[in-house]
Design a protein around this ligand. Sequence first.
Ligand code: IVH
Length: 702
Amino acid sequence: MSDSKLTDLEAVALIAELAEEIRKHDIAYHQKDAPVISDAEYDALRRRYEGLLKLYPHLVPHDNNPEVLVGAPAANSFAKVKHKIPMLSLSNAFNAEDLEEFSKRLRTFLQLEENDAIAFVAEPKIDGLSCSLRYEEGVLVSASTRGDGNTGENITENARTIKSVPAELHKNNSFKIPSVLEVRGEIYIEKADFLSMNETRKHNGEQPFANPRNAAAGSVRQLDITVTASRPLKFFAYTLGEAEGIELSSQEELRAALVSYGFEINEPSRLCSSEKELIEYYNYIGDIRYNLPFDIDGVVYKANDFALQRRLGFVSRSPRWAIAYKFAPEQAITKINDIIIQVGRTGALTPVADLEPVNIGGVIVKRATLHNESEIIRKDIRIGDIVHVQRAGDVIPQVVSVDKGKRKSKGKKFVFPDVCPVCGSPAVRREGIVVRRCSGGFSCPAQAVERIRYFTGRKAFNIEGLGDSTAKELWEAGILKSPADIFRLKEHKEELLKRDGWGKKSVENLLDAIDTARTVSLERFIFSLGIPQVGTATALLLAKHYVSYGAFEKAVNSILEDTKHKDIEESAAFKELCSVDQIGVAIAKDIIEFYSQKHNVRIIEELLSLVDVKEYQNTKSDIDSVITGKTIVFTGTLSSMGRNEAKSIAQSLGAVVASSVSSKTDFLIAGEDAGSKAQKAKELGVAVLTDEEWQKIVNGVF
Ligand code: IVH
């Protein structure tokens, strides 16, 4: 099929697949010095990718796809830099309730009293390109982009051309020059500069940049640094990476130090000490945002006290001590030309509006999601309607409301199909569920192929050689009907060898890759199941909490059992699931809904008989302590901290925290009023640590 005729879903998948291919070849070429394809083939791949981004501008990935930036030249010639301290992102609040929840979460985590205030430094949030500058003995030695957070690109020479990046830290009387200082911040372009830069580009017959962010990214990632030098780039500093030889106690002090070293910091900022003040600041910035010289997309709040920041730590890819409160997204008005129904991996029928193309914040939007059947009914959306459409960050554009005053009297109500438009099976809506799903399961090509692909993807079982086209071919041939069939593919070896385009080597490589993938970590296994809302971060949280698949399944089964005779929210196992840090009621309900469907359980059972799911292992610690690599259990009340904080510290020290004592437990940490767990530990001969000993571990004494 031509690339210009794809549905959004197909385009998203293809864009992701090509990005993955390009990344693979970049690694082969640059890191392994062993290219697999010719330069011409590589260029063709890249051209196709870039062509797709132009055809589907509303689906352009940015932050999550850092190595393939729009508007940037081939990124494959920058050397890679490993960040000693990962460059993280921020979690988001979209309304005042989210912000209130954030503040509550911190208070619970820190076990604060009602009237103990946490002070936050609030700053505007600029959407540019994050960058880490490393100074040794006060001299700039390297600059790198964020990349995937762990590894970025070396842009030292490019960064040196930016005036607001000091080549040397300014000496001053208040702060001495540290031996190592990594200053992190954002490279951006001011609004006026962006407009005049685009004017010049148009004048020269060049493609203008879609927005200041793309312009900044495209300008920095130039191999020819004279091009970077000619662009009006600026830098502001907001946090530190590695730092040696400097002791700072708060965000405010850090800001003062950064200014004294010669950096620009993001203003207007404010120290806020109550929720009311946080909201006031947001409203204030909202009022003046259009008068600021740079585009901003929200504000950022960071706990001011570094001691609190250390206690709060991190959750997956973002600090627990900070949050970005985003502004409401930009909107535009346009017409719905048609409503199309797409079928996704989970069988959900998603209505999509085919729009009269419209420019929203510099991006041409042709499609927008209508979410689900209930949304269409609730908003009474009809073909031909004039609607308000918005783009929120990276997500697919959405139809917000209908301008009913503009509706022609002929407008007919939209009738949602009750059969799947792909396979013709009945599409059913369970009571209380907003989504209508195709009941075809794995007999529906839209679901089966997507699900097999998801299952073999890089973040799941990571099986090379089972890409989109292969999965589709084998599904159509009746060889791969469900993910479990992948692990029975060996039985079809002869059949595979007879297929067109399948050489002996490729069949063997595929079967070998499948065999290697048979042993899988718990977090990957949970992720691969494709439970709605359970992405890599949530899968990891579940793995950390339950440690073994058996324990997770047991918890799910006991919730399912409980729901037979009581309300789900009264189930103790459900409460435990919701108490896992960052997992709320909505995600927990999705997990249970997934397991309540027999065909899902059947596939999991089949899979478990074919693969080996390892117990969760915490490998992510640089710190050595007595609990590193050990499985521990907490019981009773600890005097100095709440359970969530204790768990988070233990995990950061490389321990696995389990919820019940077994022969695999290394230590039981018993606070006050320890009950049956202490008894069980005694019976099993598990070492028991006291509250005091735990405190010593936390303080780094053990
Ligand atoms: S603090 C641990 N402060 O927004 C990360 N980030 O959406 C600390 N950003 O990755 C980041 N303005 O690139 C911080 N005033 C500000 C910011 C800011 C923009 C960027 C940054 C971050 C992204 C998250």
